[in-house]
Design a protein around this ligand. Sequence first.
Ligand code: ZN
Length: 86
Amino acid sequence: MRKIVKTSVHRKTGCPHCGYKVDHATSLQGKHTPAPGSVTVCIKCAGVSQYTETMDLASFDPALLDPEAADLVAKARKLILSRRPS
Ligand SMILES: [Zn+2]
């Protein structure tokens, strides 16, 4: 099965965990475009954040997610962390 992902460009903002400047988001759930309240995983540090009303990023506790979303976030974090240079 082919997965369809959508990458969106947005205003540059800093990851609250590592400071990495983020200006893209790639959805793992089809064609979702980030909006206030969307949860995201930093491509550099795998920190979990949530878009604010102004589309900045704020630290987010993944324990607050429903089980399906938590599983998706855990898979994304595992993938990112496995691709880090050692
Ligand atoms: Zn980060």
